[in-house]
Design a protein. Sequence first.
Length: 513
Amino acid sequence: MQAFSFNELMALVVANRLISAGVMLALVAAILCVMHWKQVVYTAMRVWHGLPLIGTVARLARASTIADKRKWLLSETTLCDAYYDYYQDVGEKNAEYYNKCEAYLDAIGESDRRERPLWVLVLTFLLILFEAVGFAYVLVPFINQNLSSNDQTYLGWMAAFLLSIISAGFAEAAGRAIHHNALVSKARHWWESDPERGSNALKQLPGIRIKDTYSDNGAKDYNRILARLNTNHTVTPKRGWIIGCALVVLIMASAAFGIRAYQLKSIETEMVGNPDIFAQQVEGEASPFELPDDSATLNQQASDNTLTDKMDAIRSASLITFVVLSVIYIAIQAVSVWLASIFGFAGVESKKAWAYSHAFNNADELERWMENQRIRISAHADHKLRKLQMKLSRRPTTNPDVAVAIDASQNRDFNAFVRLRQEDSHARQVATASPAKVEPGSPAEAAPQDVVAAPREALPEMPAAALDALRKKDLTGYSDEQLRTICQAKGFDLGAVLGLRDEQKLLKDFEGV
């Protein structure tokens, strides 16, 4: 059998230190990319846009383009659309959204939980590494003996890491299932204790998102929990992952113990088959004079008894050690399951709600941070848009509409694009609003066509002083959600403020006419 020791492992790592360092750096980079995936994708998009020849800006500058009715070029809108999704994702977050995130976590009962911190990730990695070392000691001696020593070590470590990752994956899934089952059990207990439930069975409910978290404030507490969980149709606990994890742990612990026991048996067989090897030390210290036959017989019996006692001691100590190692493996898996159960979230959007609420002390701090993010995204988009417009200005064109749009490009920036998209969204919402249905034969249907329409209901009036103060401020850059927040905080009438903003937009369109 191939000997294996920790010293040989460290010598192998040192001998291949470049490969070892590369593997470690790749693992760290992969973990960081997963933790900050959205930022990685956004940065990669910006880099791709700015690449010469093959980048988005370079390709859009070479491609043919047309101007729409608002004098925006197709290439400009294509570029701005790439940044608008990120801007819109940030633009929807405000002080009210912060409060909704906290209310969402309170409704499902996860307000006191958090994501796994860095020290837990490091501890999990060390536990996986420890398991891999234990499995490597078991597997390496039984790798194909026709391979070289280095190849056997590589294959042993690859198999050990694979088994460790499988164990860690089952432990993670089992821990999350335990937390999910705790929420389901809580909801079921409250449902069983509710005297008003009647014959209504506990069932899965349509999902409630963060933006709609106030819509079920009057519902039962157990229904509020179930509306934020992914459950089965019978709303029963998930036991599959827990049972699977227990089976994997027991099988691997038993297999490791069995392999070590067979390895011990092979050592005992070798000791019995070659007793002279283990008696060399005694023979080397023997007397140079021949012993009588009786004394030689007694000496041989003593040597055999010593060898038997030694084998029994080795067997007992080894079996106890193997049991302890299996218990350590089971304990490591139990710790991994426990860590997975106390960190993380089970709600559909609980992780998102926690991410937008835990890093800020209050709603105002969140809103200030979001405003900075909007400014940053706008600056990035304007930088690429100006580069595109400069390239387009140097390109000849025979289309008069495109030529006019290129000459007026200084009036188009990303903020103007955002306002256009918000206006289009508002127009679609108005257009899709279903009109009131008229019943056949109703008086409204039989009314003559020349009846004078009733006057429109006047909007709620607003103090003239407050309205005059708002006239001095440019409201065209604010969305409906932002103006609604301002009106709630200042006590303004939302309809009057929206009307003032529309008036300012109209006047701005006719500036210079």
